[in-house]
Ligand binder design. Structure first.
Ligand SMILES: *Cc1c(COP(=O)(O)O)cnc(C)c1O
Length: 480
């Protein structure tokens, strides 16, 4: 039993705060691990025994795990444990290589080499607190963090002395922060977001208990400004906090900042009555390099921009960048004596390695390197779209995007093998810098071959995609 730990209250032994006589500060609980709780087997209707871990909310593919076991007494001598762990890790590494090879569905650039940073693995680098205020904790990487932030502020055209930001744990944290800043500016504001917005935006609305209005989206995935206008108009008495998508998750659509600003103006929302957060998790770093793209810049009255660091940039751990105007931070922050810093971030401890990885890639590739990669991604995305279309497959590619949307493969095995993200009838491939023509050919060969099996006898037909991607992009029996 674990019950050998005494709970000391001030009433123990009737004396205030005194310890029992047999108290030994170095004593440890003899059995530190609670016993494993076995799931009860469930016998289902057809008599087949199933483990208690029934599928909850979607497919549950977590079928095996590497158990943590207790070292044997003589492990240090025999070295058996070291050998065992090494073999587990080596097999895991092989599976990572294989899984990386068959990855096309998520917007992660898996092509990077951070070998030079291996020597930093031995440090617990933590940037807790505000990046611009020195903390008492010295093992930090603020000097890299601020360098990276400067680069992004310049990219989005905000002066050094007018911006504030930090390296987040992911794009979601950027959204949580941007929307929080908006709410602190306008405590009674309404959050507007198109229905194609990432779920983290609606998560923020729930967490902050904000009124949230879902705005329609066009077939392309862009926010529908006609609907936005109507909804702004009927809520004119409350300030507007707007989430704009610089690349939607499913269709890669880019909301038109200028059109949204015009809509705000037409409905009588002056700059002191709205706050715009730009969710650039996906394309925030790609759009600046696409000529025809509406420009994301702080020269326009936007409040914040965030981006994921592990997506287009490529990073071995999730991370992101959040940039906002310095003036907003004074509304948000509190001073924390313990940190000798002010607390304007969402998290406490922050990954101090991430800024160094970002710094490393920004230095290596620079503006010109990114521009070249963006160009390559767009070209390759067009190649994929053209080949799918030529094969008579429903497909859509937004003009400013490298997200190729097509009909969901019939076979879940194929979906899993290529790690395709799916929604309804749609699947997509997001062409990142590591998705080469060779990889696309490999993918297409397999897809075409599988489709010829799925649809060979005419019993099943590819689904109609008109509602998802527009009639003109649909190749179903009716629309082709
Ligand atoms: C990926 C994504 C996010 C969330 O980013 P994470 O880094 O996964 O937290 C938010 N918005 C959009 C549009 C995204 O594509």
């Amino acid at each position: 039993m674990v019950g050998s730990v005494e709970v000391f209250s001030s009433e123990v032994n009737g004396k205030n705060g005194s310890l029992p006589e047999d108290f030994d500060p170095t004593a440890v609980v003899s059995e530190p691990l609670p016993p494993v709780v076995e799931n009860e087997a469930i016998v289902s209707g057809n008599g087949i025994e199933k483990k208690g871990r029934e599928v909850v909310l979607g497919r549950n593919v977590h079928t095996m795990c590497h158990e943590v076991t207790e070292p044997d007494m003589d492990d240090d001598i025999t070295g058996e444990r070291e050998a065992y762990m090494a073999s587990v890790l080596s097999r895991y590494r092989k599976s990572l290589i294989e899984r990386t090879k068959h990855h096309v569905g998520y917007p992660y650039n898996l092509d990077f080499d951070y070998g030079a940073l291996g020597l930093l693995q031995h440090f617990s680098i933590n940037n807790l607190g505000d990046p611009f205020i020195e903390s008492n904790y010295g093992v930090h990487s603020r000097q890299f963090e601020v360098g990276v932030l400067d680069w992004f502020a310049r990219l989005w055209e905000l002066e050094k002395n007018e911006y504030w930001g930090y390296i987040t744990n992911c794009g979601t944290e950027g959204n949580l922060h941007g929307i929080l800043v908006g709410r602190e500016e306008f405590p009674d504001g309404i959050l507007y977001a198109s229905r194609e917005s990432h779920y983290s935006v609606f998560k923020a609305a729930r967490m902050y208990r904000m009124e949230c209005i879902k705005v329609d989206a066009l077939v392309s995935g862009e926010i529908d400004c006609t609907d936005l206008k109507a909804k702004l108009f009927s809520n004119k008495d409350k300030p507007a906090i707007i989430n704009l998508n610089i690349g939607t998750t499913v269709k890669g659509a880019v909301d038109d900042v200028d059109m949204v600003l015009k809509t705000l103006e037409e409905t009588g929302f002056t700059q002191d009555r709205f706050y715009i957060h730009c969710d650039g998790a996906l394309f925030g770093l790609m759009m600046p390099f696409v000529k025809r793209a509406p420009k994301v810049t702080f020269k326009k009255p936007i409040g914040s921009v965030s981006v994921s660091g592990h997506k287009f940039v490529g990073c071995p751990m999730p991370c992101g960048v959040q940039i906002t105007r310095l003036k907003h931070i004074n509304v948000l922050s509190r001073n924390v004596e313990y940190l000798a810093s002010r607390d304007a971030t969402i998290m406490g401890s922050r990954n101090g390695h991430a800024p160094i990885f970002l710094w490393y890639t920004l230095n290596r590739k620079g503006y010109r390197g990114f521009r070249k990669e963006v160009q390559k991604c767009l070209l390759n995305a067009h190649y994929l779209k053209d080949r799918l279309r030529a094969a008579g497959i429903s497909v859509m590619l937004n003009e400013l995007s490298s997200t190729v949307v097509f009909d969901r493969p019939l076979d879940e095995e194929f979906v899993r093998r290529w790690q395709l993200a799916c929604q309804g009838n749609m699947a997509h491939v997001i062409v990142m810098p590591n998705i080469t023509i060779e990889k696309l050919d490999y993918f297409l060969d397999e897809l075409f071959q599988k489709r010829s099996i799925w649809y060979q006898d005419g019993k099943s037909q590819p689904p109609c995609m008109a509602a998802d991607i527009g009639e003109e992009n649909c190749c179903c029996a009716l629309h082709k």
